[in-house]
Design a protein around this ligand. Structure first.
Ligand SMILES: [Zn+2]
Length: 463
């Protein structure tokens, strides 16, 4: 990554300060800025201070007494705005100051787990099908063929198909279901409903294959290890109590990093912590539990289809026994309450998921509350996918209700922030696009810088 150029430093130094002394300085500033931005190499970062000076002074461009009769066309103003908005490396050194009362919420998506070698949703299905072909199991071959015929390209589409089929079997009142889907504008749901409607045999097939699919899924995730992103978040959470972690990932990387650091997790699933060693209990009770909310379920949560019971298994115990080949995977087994079959609770991004997992309503409500009270929402490797309407809506509402909330987006896709800014500008009256800060780097390197900066700013305010 290149450093901030001397040209920028010069402009900032000569025009520095939040506000130019008066509009007489504006033409020179405008010209220098315009020339600099038009010639700037694309990968050169922009100093956020330069952006601040522009934002604080651009009103002068509308000044009627513009000296020497210089006119600033709306096109030129827009062009400068766009240079800033689209710049890949804007906000690379965000000046973020926090203190002990600052509420921080981390929102993790697939990109946060990618360095742990978990294939992204798009890669997971081809990976599973490749394995299926290798072992030559008949049920897996059928699954591969099923996906091929329906052009199912990623695991979430397949999960969606599987859940819809399951839902259709359980809810015989298909008319109301049909209405529900037709009223809903979710394209994926409509697509699958139509494909399943015409193919009754695929429903029973998917039922049979669900267990196999979940087993395969769990096996790709159970041995994944926490990466730098998870470790940095844990280090931060250790010293900053007012923080929550919300994730859409099914894997156990975040959980493992927290547990291995000797902290405990706030319990959303089990009534009791029966799996904790009694000797450790008193010690553990003293600490504040870490608030980790797994919106889409977890490989160590067992869900029973018959009684809808949910049970959490000790993640570290599961991982260890899996690695040592000691145990079969107990998440997939018999339900202790009703004797039905249980499987890992993994929720595809569907807008009707609340209907399907009533036990998760409290968990989703907690996520909503945490997001709404955040001063900083740090979004890591999460892409605000269209199918994930629930989270996208909570975040938009939160940014609208909590006017001081700022969002830091850590994502390698440089366009994501521009899209979010456009979206919020359209949805929220007078939205200040500076509330979204972009860190366009891979999460493991970006998080080290960001969280260490934040911790340092906290120490300096506490002195
Ligand atoms: Zn059951």
């Amino acid at each position: 990554m290149k450093d901030i150029s001397k040209a920028q430093e010069d402009i900032i130094r000569s025009f520095g300060g939040n506000k130019l002394k008066d509009h007489n300085y504006f033409p020179a500033f405008f010209n220098e800025l315009f020339v600099f931005l038009s010639n700037k190499p694309k990968d050169e970062p922009i100093d956020p201070e330069l952006f601040d000076i522009w934002e604080n002074n651009k009103e002068y461009s509308g000044s009627a007494e513009s000296p020497r009769g210089i006119r600033y066309s709306p096109e030129a103003i827009n062009q400068i705005d766009n240079y800033f908005k689209r710049s890949d490396y804007l906000d690379i050194n965000p000046k973020i100051k926090i203190d002990g009362r600052t509420n921080i919420v981390f929102l993790l998506g697939a990109g946060a787990s990618a360095p742990s070698n978990i294939p992204t949703v798009n890669l997971l299905l081809p990976e599973l099908l490749k394995r299926a072909k290798k072992i030559g199991r008949e049920d897996l071959d059928r699954l591969a063929k099923f996906c091929e015929e329906r052009e199912l390209k990623n695991i979430e589409d397949l999960l969606t198909a599987a859940y819809i089929s399951n839902f259709a079997v359980k809810n015989r009142n298909v008319n109301s279901l049909l209405k529900y889907f037709l009223m809903n504008d979710d394209k994926i749901q409509q697509k699958f409903f139509r494909s399943l409607e015409s193919d009754a045999s695929s429903i029973s097939f998917l039922q049979d294959t669900l267990q196999t699919l979940f087993g395969l899924l769990a096996s790709t995730m159970i041995s994944a290890k926490p990466n730098q992103t998870h470790e940095e978040i844990v280090k931060f959470a250790k010293t900053h109590q007012k923080c929550s972690i919300i994730t859409t990932n099914y894997d156990g990387c975040m959980d493992e990093a927290i547990l291995r650091a000797g902290m405990r997790l706030k319990n959303y699933i089990n009534e009791d912590n029966y799996f904790i060693n009694v000797d450790d209990l008193d010690k553990l009770k003293e600490q504040q539990p870490v608030n980790l909310i797994k919106m889409h379920g977890s490989i160590n949560w067992a869900y029973c289809d018959s009684c809808q019971g949910v049970k959490e298994f000790d993640l570290l115990f599961l991982k260890e026994s899996y690695e040592e080949n000691k145990l079969s995977y107990p998440v997939m087994g018999l339900c202790k309450i009703c004797g039905g079959l249980s499987r890992p609770l993994l929720v595809p991004p569907l807008s009707f998921k609340i209907l399907m997992f009533p036990k998760l309503i409290d968990l989703w409500n907690s996520a909503k509350e945490e997001i709404e009270k955040a001063d900083y929402l740090i979004v890591i490797g999460y892409s605000f996918a269209e199918a994930d309407t629930y989270i996208t809506k909570i975040v938009a509402r939160s940014m609208s209700v909590n006017k001081n909330q700022r969002m830091i987006v850590v994502n390698t896709d440089p366009n994501l922030v521009a899209i979010l800014k456009d979206r919020f500008e359209a949805q929220i009256n007078g939205f200040d696009s500076k509330r979204i800060i972009r860190l366009c780097e891979s999460s493991d390197t970006a998080m080290v810088k960001l969280l260490r900066n934040m911790s340092a700013s906290k120490e300096s305010t506490e002195k």
